[in-house]
Design a protein around this ligand. Structure first.
Ligand code: COA
Length: 220
């Protein structure tokens, strides 16, 4: 079955998803070494993502190779490959592409839920907060759904920009615009001295089966 994420990526070569399960003995020993002492839920999401990556590499004709995390947790993709991983308690997804036509991509999926007010305060800038709570916001989605969309879109953007900048961003360092054209968003970094190539990127989102899905692609 085609992943609901497929429609969010026009340049990606592979989109794979699965339900997280324990698969210690099906991943490369070098990969297992990274989570050997982790709790079962972490081992399951890590291994399921690696099995999706393995399928993706095979589909793309990339030689089988372990996908190891760098010290900062970001995945170390083989030369010429870009990708991104996301997992929730009951869902795991991997998106892969070739460089070119892609330079980077980011994916994030969240289970629809109400975020705690303290978390919302950390995520939204004053302008975003004012827009979300104003009468200008004409959306069929609930406030909870739309707040979560802001969270997820920023995470997808973060994963896309990170391989190029290797720099951290706080949620309030970036602002989201949701144009009336449904299913698209734009993320703009509010910091001076930020590399122009990743200062403003567009992305796509969808609400499917109780989840919000967000994808950001940067073309080469
Ligand atoms: C890295 C981060 C974005 C991951 O998001 P998350 O919702 O916690 O978790 P997800 O399941 O969606 O994603 C996990 C995957 O992200 C990937 N990842 C981790 N660090 C990453 C980074 N710096 N850049 C790109 N991808 C990264 C990994 O592949 C990881 O899966 P793996 O450990 O199995 O390999 C998040 O933990 C984080 O550090 N956020 C702080 C930065 C931020 O979000 N700033 C605000 C937005 S601008």
């Amino acid at each position: 079955m085609t992943s609901p994420l497929r429609g969010l990526f026009s340049l990606a070569s592979f989109v794979g998803d699965d339900v997280p399960r324990l698969a210690d003995d099906e991943i490369h020993p070098e990969e297992l070494a990274h989570v050997r002492h982790a709790v079962a839920t972490r081992r399951a999401e890590f291994a399921t993502a690696r099995l999706c990556v393995k399928r993706g590499f095979a589909a793309m004709g990339v030689a089988p190779t372990p996908l190891l995390p760098a010290a900062d947790g970001s995945p170390k993709w083989p030369d010429g490959v870009v990708g991104s991983i996301t997992h929730t308690r009951d869902y795991c997804a991997v998106v892969l592409g070739r460089e070119p036509p892609l330079r980077a991509l980011g994916v994030d999926v969240e289970t629809v839920r109400a975020l705690e007010s303290g978390v919302v305060e950390l995520i939204l800038t004053a302008r975003e907060h004012a827009w979300l709570y104003s009468s200008e916001r004409r959306s069929a989605r609930s406030l909870e759904e739309e707040t979560l969309l802001f969270f997820s879109a920023k995470e997808a953007f973060y994963k896309c920009q990170y391989p190029l900048t290797r720099r951290m961003l706080d949620f309030k360092d970036v602002e989201l615009d949701l144009p009336p054209q449904d299913g698209r968003f734009f993320v703009t970094v509010q910091k001076r001295d930020w590399p122009r190539v990743v200062a403003r990127l567009g992305g796509r989102f969808a609400f499917v089966g109780g989840r919000v899905l967000c994808g950001v692609e940067l073309a080469a």
